[in-house]
Design a protein around this ligand. Structure first.
Ligand SMILES: [Zn+2]
Ligand SMILES: [Zn+2]
Length: 436
């Protein structure tokens, strides 16, 4: 893989965040990154004291603001004549780089309302992580949650981070989610300026979250030329890499930082936005799901009369002030019509496609076995989903699965949109042989 196509997942969690998998340690994060095709991933939850020590024990500095596993590929199996398809995993595939990036939940009052905004904070060294953690420890017991809830504004947090290290980078996470998005319907703002104040120009990027895609974000002028990025926000290894950003960057802190500020996004890998759990408006208890157009003006549930959770689609349509870009699909990538529109592709996790092809549950053993066989053959999940030739896919995975993968590449999917915390579903429509 060219060094100028760096596949990045900056929004992850460790087992020290609430409601996360106990498997999320450094070995699993690195091993899963290799399997998924991630080149650079977050060393997450870095304000958590116990976990930070664990990371410092297991990672070593690569000398440029990123880190590598101490007991990774170098001491494991050696590459066999550059054979990418060796089944001697995971040592035969390149070792991913880690970059200190953590999610923080800011809670404060502003403009007579309670505000809750999640942000991602990237820092170049464990010393910087120590310093910001010391500052934040005055506000919160950092042992209690790897994604701490801090009673400071997002702007004040940015000031603290810059004081800890002037190379710190901070930007909003899942910007549109109702409860914790900077633009969210429940406790968010109408502009980045209202939230980040004097630091607004230092906010290089906006994370779209699962329920929105770049196309939806392009129609919001407030985002401007900022990088529109996607990451997985994984709470378990299986979810890692479900959304990714490909940067024109090296695995190096300054390179990643400048790639964000200069919007050197090559492409983003997305869920279908309908897959996310806050795409449409609705009320889960009453099983009511409505589009923005179907929603009554008072935003109340037509069944029980309580306020519905207004989803991402609704919120974007409230703030959007630019015409919708025309989308064109070429080789599985969706292109807009302006230079600032970076291409993106919308995928369905391989596990789900294999389960569909085999008519089995996603947790079934045969699903895992078929998925592993494909990954061993093509190197990683991203390669299976995006570049592996159809006939080769069919040879390992069977005709049915090959057709499903091709259907997803062509955007031929059926969707059931998510709402009010309920995930949507997206399944591939098998393509006809003439189609592929
Ligand atoms: Zn969050
Ligand atoms: Zn209701």
């Amino acid at each position: 893989m060219s060094s100028h196509r760096l596949v990045v997942d900056l929004h992850l969690h460790s087992r020290y965040s609430l409601a996360t998998s106990p498997q999320l340690n450094i070995q699993t994060l690195a091993g899963t990154a290799i399997e998924k095709g991630i080149d650079l991933l977050a060393a997450p939850d870095f304000t958590h004291p116990t976990w930070r020590k664990e990371m410092q024990t297991e990672l070593e500095p690569a000398g440029n603001g990123v880190f590598r596993r101490k007991n990774g590929a170098s001491s494991g199996a050696t590459p066999v004549n550059g054979d990418l398809f060796s089944t001697e995993e995971p040592g035969s595939r390149p070792e991913p780089a880690f970059i200190l990036t953590t999610e923080i939940s800011c809670i404060w009052r502003q403009g007579g309302r309670s505000r809750r905004v999640h942000v991602l904070l990237m820092m170049p060294s464990f010393e910087a992580a120590d310093r910001i953690s010391q500052t934040l420890a005055a506000h919160q017991n950092l042992e209690s949650d790897g994604r701490p809830m801090i009673k400071v504004s997002a702007a004040d947090l940015y000031s603290m981070a810059l004081e800890a290290d002037e190379r710190s980078v901070l930007f909003p996470a899942h910007a549109w989610t109702p409860w914790y998005g900077v633009y969210g319907s429940k406790s968010g703002f109408d502009s980045l300026e209202e939230c980040f104040g004097e630091h607004t120009s230092r906010v290089p990027a906006v994370e779209t979250g699962l329920s929105s895609n770049p196309h939806m974000n392009w129609s919001v002028s407030d985002i401007g030329d900022r990088a529109i990025v996607s990451f997985s926000d994984a709470h378990s290894p299986a979810s890692m890499g479900r959304e990714l950003t490909v940067l024109d960057a090296e695995p190096d802190y300054e390179s990643v930082r400048s790639a964000l500020f200069e919007n050197r996004v090559v492409e983003t890998i997305e869920f279908h936005p309908e897959h996310g759990k806050y795409h449409m408006n609705g009320h889960r208890k009453c099983d009511v799901r409505l589009s923005p157009e179907e929603t009554p003006p008072d935003g109340r549930c037509p069944v029980c009369g309580r306020p519905m959770t207004l989803g991402v689609l609704h919120r974007i349509s409230e703030i959007a002030d630019l015409p919708h870009a025309q989308l064109t699909m070429r080789s599985g990538l969706l292109f807009g019509d302006e230079p600032r529109h970076r291409p993106f592709r919308q995928l369905v996790p391989l596990r789900e496609l294999v389960a569909q092809a085999l008519s089995a549950g996603v947790g079934a053993k045969k699903v895992a076995a078929r998925r592993t066989a494909l990954i061993d053959r093509f190197g990683d999940e991203l390669a299976v989903l995006t570049t592996a030739p159809r006939d080769d896919l069919a040879e390992i995975g069977g005709d049915e699965l090959a057709n499903l993968i091709m259907a997803v590449r062509e955007g031929d999917v059926e969707v059931e949109p998510g709402f009010d915390g309920v995930y949507g579903s997206v399944s591939a429509r098998p393509a006809s042989p003439a189609h592929v």
